[in-house]
Ligand binder design. Structure first.
Ligand code: COA
Length: 401
């Protein structure tokens, strides 16, 4: 048995993404309509041209009817999917496989979440049913464990590590300040981030992603049909998904310096995509920066930095907008918040803009503009360190010969 992947078999030909914000005056249905309308327009197609839909939402609806009612679909298949915080990516993965199988010609992946009026906060622990072995920690408490573990493992003191995670938040807000669709569109000084009120352990408010509402959508067709819809399709190179055994919190060897699910997921993604050296080959990476230490550990788990050297790369600006490999050029979860069903597709939307050369000039990545790099990566994580699902896509502006 083996996973073969569907490299260059399907392509994205249209995308839409609402602003991520506190949308007090819009329902989940309204947001779905907005993302859908923009995606259809960018592919130059009508609603009836879409054969099937995959809807990602964690808690804003229970079935495909959320979408079929909102879009007034005419008895079309709509599958609602959910996979923790990787829900939007899961909708995309399934839509791609449906097209690759030949079952449908045109599929839409669309994700949505309305969090603000639900009262959702990262400071409240989830109550998912479990067998009693899962610690009842909040999300900031769970991901916050990565920070002291990393510092201890690589000989940084708490102050040094605080500098590193502070710079990650600073970078992502710097990028988000250049993005009119982001929830938080202003730069935040290193000092303000460092001094932000404590939330958990070393994490302050500014080390956390925010809470927002939003929706994003992608239209997928077979690669050979892509140029009927757009001159600049994005080809899907890899779709990698791993669900871990959830034994981290019980395993004495699990030391919170690495997320195994991500390591396995990345290995598979790079194999599917034919990527040997992600740091040298990718033009951008959109990663799951739910909390600042998560992004630090991801730099090593995704193979962008050597083990124990990620902190140095962060301080050196390797992942800045003008660095060697820009990470979260759109501002990330840090600037967008995390409306769960939409985030994975929002990450793809940045690849869509960047790789087509359509990002605003102040955000357009130089290695793409010069034609040197043509691949983007998205990474979406659901759950907590040691007990999670991980998803990675690699997309590219050119199909292989
Ligand atoms: N980053 C940057 N700015 C933030 C922010 C964040 N994470 N959270 C809030 N703000 C800003 C708001 O814009 C607001 O600014 P303003 O006064 O200029 O309008 C101010 O801080 C207060 O906002 P408020 O909504 O009252 O914040 P809060 O105290 O209710 O929420 C957190 C702060 C950290 C609790 C919340 O953002 C949170 O729960 N984040 C984590 C979400 C999470 O766990 N997701 C799961 C990931 S796995």
């Amino acid at each position: 048995m083996a996973t073969h992947g569907i490299r260059d078999k399907v392509a994205i030909v249209g995308m839409g993404c609402t602003p991520f914000a506190e949308h007090w005056t819009k329902s989940a249905e309204d947001l779905l309509v907005d993302a859908n309308v923009e995606a259809l327009a960018s592919a130059g197609i009508a609603q009836d041209d879409v054969d099937a839909y995959w809807l990602g939402t964690l808690a804003s609806g229970n079935s495909g009817q959320l979408l079929s009612k909102a879009l007034k679909l005419n008895y079309k298949p709509v599958t609602r999917v959910e996979n923790f915080c990787a829900t939007g990516s899961e909708a995309f993965r399934n839509a791609c496989y449906a097209v690759a199988s030949g079952a449908v010609d045109v599929a839409m992946a669309i994700g949505v979440e309305k969090l603000k009026d639900s009262g959702y906060s990262g400071l409240v622990s989830g109550t998912f049913p479990n067998d009693g072995t899962i610690p009842g920690l909040t999300a900031p408490a769970s991901f916050g464990l990565l920070a002291p573990a990393y510092a201890n493992a690589y000989g940084l003191d708490d102050d040094d590590l605080k500098d590193v995670i502070t710079r990650i938040a600073w970078k992502n807000h710097h990028n988000g300040a250049r993005n009119p669709r982001a929830q938080f569109q202003k730069e935040i000084s290193l000092e303000a981030i460092r001094k932000s009120p404590k939330v958990s352990g070393m994490l302050g408010v500014m080390d956390c992603s925010g809470v927002s509402d939003g929706s994003a959508a992608a239209i997928v067709v077979r690669a050979e049909d892509a140029h009927r819809y757009t001159d600049k399709p994005l080809y899907v190179k890899a779709l990698s998904m791993v669900a871990g055994p959830g034994d981290g919190p019980m395993d004495p060897t699990f030391d919170y310096t690495s997320i195994r699910e991500v390591v396995e997921c990345a290995r598979n993604a790079y194999r599917e995509a034919g990527v040997d050296n992600p740091r040298a080959e990718l033009a951008l990476a959109e990663v799951h920066d739910c909390f600042t230490p998560t992004e630090l550990v991801l730099m090593e788990d995704l193979g962008f930095s050597e083990r124990g050297k990620g902190w140095r790369d962060v301080l050196d600006g390797t992942f800045d907008l003008d660095g060697e490999l820009p990470v979260n050029p759109d501002g990330g979860l840090k600037s967008f918040g995390h409306p769960i069903g939409a985030s994975g597709l929002r990450m793809l939307f940045e690849c869509w803009l960047q790789l087509r050369g359509e990002a605003p000039p102040e955000r357009q990545i130089a290695s793409i503009a010069s034609g040197d790099r043509k691949l983007g990566l998205t990474h979406n994580l659901g759950g907590r360190p040691g007990d999670c699902v991980s998803f990675i896509s690699v997309v590219g502006a050119e199909a292989s010969e």
